[in-house]
Structure formats: structure tokens, C-alpha cells
Design a protein around this ligand. Structure first.
Ligand code: NAD
Ligand code: 6OD
Length: 484
């Protein structure tokens, strides 16, 4: 049985207790994961503190970013190992992970190293009563030991999206990967050692949330700042833990994202983009679309085309190049998604397509498979139209006016992302400006430039990361005033 250990102070470390990692493809146990106890989390935080005060803290920015370029290169050199590990844990199509997850894992180190190396500083000259003046300039120092708590949907991408900038800014980190996806964070430990990142800079503790490594880490007073991606409910619990010691948090949380399709859109592009935003990664993307609003004259044509797209997706295993959609992450998540499929029926939805479990070959029969699903006919208040499902499904509504669709799109406790499809430039600006979300795509979806701010409005997030916004979280700014 494959053993997935913790990575503490540059060493792979076993725990007294292990838990099973099961394959989403067939529910078979694929690894034993070592669950860090309180003592091991203490050791990881202590190792991170020592590295901060030792070798890592003493490096110049130039030397530090060179090491991080090395990490990016080494991920690319060991690309296939990361790909296999990520697809084994998640069941996602290799074609997807090859183009999104693993390249972004490397890019998150390279791009934030570039940003940190090139960021300018503030400088103000001031006059003083004695006429001699003073100079002010701001410096950035690391915040210290950063705790990173991660979800399972894009494991390497989302962990390195935080590890990259945190390390580039000179911090040391303790990562708690999702219990569902322990492998790539652990493999990254080998990379850190092989490129010469000092011991204790990067640590990984495995386990669950409450009364396990997640809670031990976020409650730990040796952790100076906590960055989290996951469900809104969990983010709220982490915020409470961080209040003890008044420690800063960055929270990237859930969404119930709208797509707004105007009748003047490029139809094929809108279908292609909406297909990706609903079904990519089996619908397990926080930025994905679960509510689709289509201007009435286009409604029936759009529903028919999305149905055809959904039915043409091949449900299959990661290494089949024709696979368009894999399984959900786990049996537990499958049960949750299927409970929403049932709720849609109970609430009287019209099932355009899907709504159940596909028939799979016998060796895959126990996997976390569900059908891509589209509903129409429900009101805005139905549970499947208000609550985040995080599965390959959406509800499509008709709308009649711009004002109406903006109001309905904003009628949610979430505010992560939206996409707007129109060929009218003025309308694009107007609607994008009024949508209550951290991110609005016009005529696209998941186009990411890592220099831009990323995060959620309302209950989808607290704070922004990306570009200099990451630097705001991962550094302490200090103003130095020199009297001349
Ligand atoms: P989750 O909140 O269940 O778990 C996330 C992580 O938190 C896991 O590592 C888990 O072990 C840990 N955790 C759980 N309870 C904890 C506690 N009390 N204290 C400390 N740690 C705890 O989320 P998930 O199911 O892994 O991921 C899916 C969710 O993540 C969805 O809601 C999705 O929208 C959200 N998400 C958001 C973004 C974003 O950028 N906004 C990105 C990806 C996923
Ligand atoms: O692209 C990113 O940086 C990012 N944080 C994506 C989040 C996807 C959510 O599932």
C-alpha cells in the first residue's frame, strides 16, 4: 500500500494513525495517509519558525527567487509524476490536468517570484518646518509562518497559488492539503529538497479539519497568518480560530455563479464557454457556473445546444484522451450532489438531460460517477438555484431585460464570479460594473492573468490575492522616515 507521509523540516514523517485515500474511479483504497497529530503540527510550525529565523530568512530576494524558479523548473521536469498523482487522487481527465493543474502549479512559483523581484516601493519626499525635509520609503517583510489550508478540486494549482507568493515574499509555510488529495503536496516536498530549499521552509501536515491537522494548524499561535480555500462554512470556522491571536486571514470560498447570455452574443462562443464553466472538472470549480440566464429569444436554442453538448461529453477515466468528464471526488460528495438531483425533482424541475448516475463498466461501478445535468422550470428560490452544489449541473432560466437579469444574478449570498456573453460593448461594461462579484468575465471564462486581483465578494471571500494583492497579504509593509 502506498504510504503518504507528512513532510516536516525536510523529512518525510510517519504518524501513529493513518486514514484511507480511495480512488474516485472505483472507491478502491489507493493509499494510506499519515494523519498528523498535535505534536507533529507543533513540529511543523516550529520547523517553519526556525527556517524563517535561519537559512531562509537570511537569503536575499534574488537568491530566494532563483530557488523558486528552480521549484517551477523541477515541477515541469517531473510533470508526469505530478500529473499521475493528481489524476489518481481526483479522477480528473489527464487532458485537463495536463493543460491547467500542473502547468499552473509550476507557473505559480515562477510568476510570483517575478512579481516579488520587480515590485516597486512607495517613496515620498516631504518638507519639514526646518526646511531640511525627510524621505519616506516603504519596505516589505514576510509576515512569518503562514498556514495554508486547501481544498480538493484543483489541489496543486490552489495550494501553489498560495505557496508560491507566500514563499516568494520570504515566509515559511505549513500546508494542510485536503484529506481527499494528499499526493501532489507531498510530492512537492521531494521537489523542495532536490532544488535546495532549506529545511523547514515548506512543510505538509495531513489530516482532516475539526480535531485534526486543519484545526491544530489554524489554532496554532505559532502561525502568523492563515490563508484558506474551501467552503464558506469552513472559512467562517477558520476565521473564528484566527481571531484568537488577532491573526490575518485570506479566505477564498464558495460560489453560486451566474452566466448571463444576451441574445446578441456570439452563440457558439457562449455555448463553448458555458459548457466549460458548467462541466469542467465535473463541475467542481469554485468559479464554475450553476445558474444560467438566457435572454428569452435565445432560450430554447441555447437549452437545446447545451443539452447536446452535455450529452456528447464522454464520461470516463483520466488516461483516456476522449474523456470529457470524470467522476466526482468521493462517494460522500456524490451523495451530496445526488441529493440535489433529487431535490430538483421534488421541486418540480424539468430535467433537460441527466439527473442520475451513468451506467459504467463493472470495474468502475463503485466510482463517484454522476450524469451531467441540466434543469429548467424552477424559480430563483429553489434550493438547486440558491445553494452551491459543486457538481456537473446547472439550471437555465429565461430573462427579459438587462435590469431584471442583473437583479436576479445578484440575488445570492455569494459573489465569486460571473460571465456575461454579449457583443454590445456598452452593455458589457454596464452589466459587468453592476454584478456583485470579485470577478466578471465578458465573452470568456477562466481566463486567468496572475497579476490581477482574485477573490470573492459577499460570502465568497475575504481579501484578494493575485499580483501585488498577494504581496499585501503575505508581507508586512513598514514605512521608514529619514529626516535629512
Ligand atoms: P472544505 O471547506 O470542506 O475543506 C477545505 C479544507 O479545509 C480541507 O483541507 C479541510 O480538511 C479543511 N477543514 C475543514 N474544516 C476545517 C476546520 N474546522 N478547521 C481547519 N480546517 C478545516 O472544502 P472542500 O470541500 O475541500 O472544497 C470545496 C469548496 O471549496 C467549495 O465550496 C468551493 O466553492 C470552494 N472553493 C473555493 C475557491 C475560491 O477560490 N473561492 C476555490 C476552490 C474551491
Ligand atoms: O486560477 C486561480 O488562481 C484560482 N484561484 C482558481 C480557483 C478555482 C476554483 O476552483
Amino acid at each position: 500500500m502506498k504510504q503518504i507521509q507528512n513532510f516536516i523540516n525536510g523529512e518525510f514523517v510517519s504518524s501513529a494513525k493513518t486514514f484511507e485515500k480511495r480512488s474516485p474511479l472505483n472507491n478502491a483504497v489507493i493509499a494510506a495517509v499519515h494523519e498528523a497529530d498535535q505534536t507533529q503540527v507543533d513540529a511543523a510550525v516550529q520547523a517553519a519558525r526556525s527556517a524563517l529565523q535561519g537559512a531562509w530568512g537570511k537569503l536575499t530576494i534574488v537568491d530566494r527567487v532563483e530557488l523558486l524558479y528552480g521549484v517551477a523548473n523541477e515541477i515541469n521536469r517531473r510533470f508526469d509524476e505530478f500529473l499521475e498523482a493528481e489524476c489518481a487522487d481526483t479522477g480528473k481527465p489527464m487532458s485537463l490536468a495536463r493543460h491547467i493543474d500542473i502547468p499552473r502549479g509550476a507557473a505559480n512559483f515562477k510568476i510570483f517570484a517575478d512579481i516579488v523581484k520587480n515590485v516597486p516601493t512607495e517613496f515620498f519626499e516631504m518638507s519639514t518646518p526646518d526646511g531640511r525635509g525627510a524621505l519616506n520609503y516603504a519596505t516589505r517583510s514576510p509576515v512569518g509562518v503562514v498556514g495554508i489550508v486547501c481544498p480538493w478540486n484543483l489541489p496543486l494549482l490552489l495550494m501553489t497559488w498560495k505557496a508560491g507568493p507566500a514563499l516568494a515574499c520570504g515566509n515559511t509555510i505549513v500546508v494542510k492539503p485536503s484529506e481527499e488529495t494528499p499526493q501532489t503536496a507531498t510530492l512537492l516536498g521531494e521537489v523542495m529538497n532536490s532544488v535546495g530549499i532549506p529545511k523547514g521552509v515548506y512543510n505538509v501536515v495531513h489530516g482532516f479539519g475539526p480535531n485534526s491537522a486543519g484545526e491544530f494548524l489554524t489554532r496554532h499561535q505559532g502561525v502568523n497568518a492563515i490563508t484558506f480555500t474551501g467552503e464558506t462554512r469552513t472559512g467562517a470556522a477558520i476565521m473564528k480560530a484566527a481571531a484568537d491571536g488577532a491573526r490575518p486571514v485570506s479566505l477564498e470560498m464558495g460560489g453560486k455563479n451566474p452566466a448571463i447570455i444576451f441574445a446578441d452574443c456570439d452563440f457558439d462562443a457562449a455555448i463553448e464557454g458555458t459548457m466549460r464553466s458548467v462541466f469542467s472538472n465535473c463541475g467542481q470549480v469554485c468559479l464554475g457556473t450553476e445558474r444560467v440566464y438566457v435572454e428569452r429569444p435565445l432560450f430554447e436554442k441555447f437549452v437545446a445546444a447545451l443539452k447536446q453538448g452535455a450529452e456528447s461529453l464522454k464520461i470516463g477515466v483520466p488516461n483516456d484522451p476522449s474523456t470529457g468528464i470524470g467522476p466526482l471526488i468521493s462517494q460522500e460528495h456524490k451523495n451530496k450532489v445526488l441529493s440535489y438531483y433529487q431535490k430538483a425533482c421534488d421541486e418540480g424541475a424539468f430535467i433537460v438531460t441527466g439527473g442520475g448516475v451513468p451506467t459504467m463498466e463493472s470495474d468502475l461501478a463503485n466510482g463517484a460517477w454522476v450524469q451531467p445535468t441540466i434543469w429548467t422550470g424552477l424559480g430563483d428560490d429553489a434550493a438547486v438555484c440558491r445553494e452551491e452544489i459543486f457538481g456537473p449541473c446547472c439550471h437555465i432560466f429565461p430573462f427579459d431585460s438587462e435590469e431584471e437579469v442583473i437583479r436576479r444574478a445578484n440575488d445570492t449570498t455569494y459573489g465569486l464570479a460571473a460571465s456575461v456573453w454579449t457583443s454590445n460593448l456598452q452593455r458589457a461594461h454596464r452589466v459587468a460594473g453592476k454584478i456583485e462579484a470579485g470577478l466578471v468575465w465578458v465573452n470568456s471564462w477562466f481566463l486567468r492573468d496572475l497579476r490581477t486581483p482574485f477573490g470573492g465578494a459577499k460570502q465568497s471571500g475575504i481579501g484578494r490575492e493575485g499580483g501585488v494583492h498577494s504581496l499585501e497579504f503575505y508581507t508586512e509593509l513598514k514605512n521608514i522616515c529619514i529626516k535629512l
